[in-house]
Design a protein around this ligand. Structure first.
Ligand SMILES: Cc1cc2nc3c(=O)[nH]c(=O)nc-3n(C[C@H](O)[C@H](O)[C@H](O)COP(=O)(O)O)c2cc1C
Length: 217
């Protein structure tokens, strides 16, 4: 858990499909409310990965500001202390990538890298039955974390990517995802390229007493 970090640059070293299968199979042991197991995963590699990333980048270039969200994200006015944490993180990532906040071209280029799975050889796309509600998102988080930890155990790294929800139209079309499934997120999976600054950020995590209340009487 302490070793996992979101990585945003990957080597083109291949990942055997047997490893991907082991990771997803282990992750399927995640808990879920009444064992409902709301997850559905599409593994994209090879030519499919190329086709999808090309289509996603083209869709983003055609429409960089208004691709539709699949479910509510942050509130429009993010309250304290989340706003500060958000800006601290965005500032650190921008510094590591060498992109100023005002540099729209640079920021868009970095978003395009998101839609290329940061060059990772394996892309994962996650969907969930649209009829499910909030509780199933909690279960989904357990599944996603299991994947990321199982990947670490296999010597691999990941970046969870909610941003893929902006590409629902491309993904439904290219992957044949049924209308009844909602795109939840994506994930890059592979061997991290740790030579780049954005893969070496030291993000602050809360101290125990900042988020835990111990109550004993
Ligand atoms: C549900 C979820 C969605 C995320 N979506 C994205 C994303 O779309 N793009 C991205 O670069 N990072 C994404 N992240 C990674 C977060 O930015 C990252 O977890 C956070 O900054 C803390 O860094 P760490 O994962 O290295 O601890 C996401 C993380 C989670 C849990």
């Amino acid at each position: 858990m302490r070793e996992r970090r979101s990585k945003r640059a990957f080597l083109n070293t291949p990942v055997p499909m047997a490893t991907v299968r082991r990771i997803l199979s282990a992750a399927s042991h995640a808990p879920s409310s009444s064992n409902t197991q709301p997850w559905r995963c599409y593994v994209v590699t090879g030519e499919a990965r190329q086709r999808i990333t090309d289509a996603a980048v083209a869709a983003y270039r055609a429409n960089p500001e208004t691709l539709p969200l699949q479910y509510p994200f942050f509130p429009k006015d993010l309250p304290a202390p989340f706003k500060t944490r958000f800006h601290t993180f965005r500032g650190m990532l921008g510094d590591a990538q060498g992109v100023e906040r005002s540099d729209i071209v640079g920021r868009r280029r970095d978003v395009e890298r998101q839609f290329r799975f940061f060059d990772a050889p394996v892309g994962l796309i996650f969907t969930m039955d649209r009829r499910l509600e909030w509780a199933s998102f909690l279960c989904y988080g357990c599944f996603l974390q299991n994947i990321m930890l199982a990947a670490k155990a296999e010597g691999l790294d990941t970046c969870p990517q909610q941003i893929w929800w902006l590409q629902a139209a491309v993904l439904h079309g290219e992957l044949g995802i049924p209308d009844g499934e909602m795109v939840i997120a994506g994930m890059s999976l592979g061997h991290a390229d740790n030579r780049v600054p954005e893969n070496n950020m030291s993000l602050a995590k809360l101290e125990l007493d900042e988020f835990v209340s111990f109550i004993d009487a």
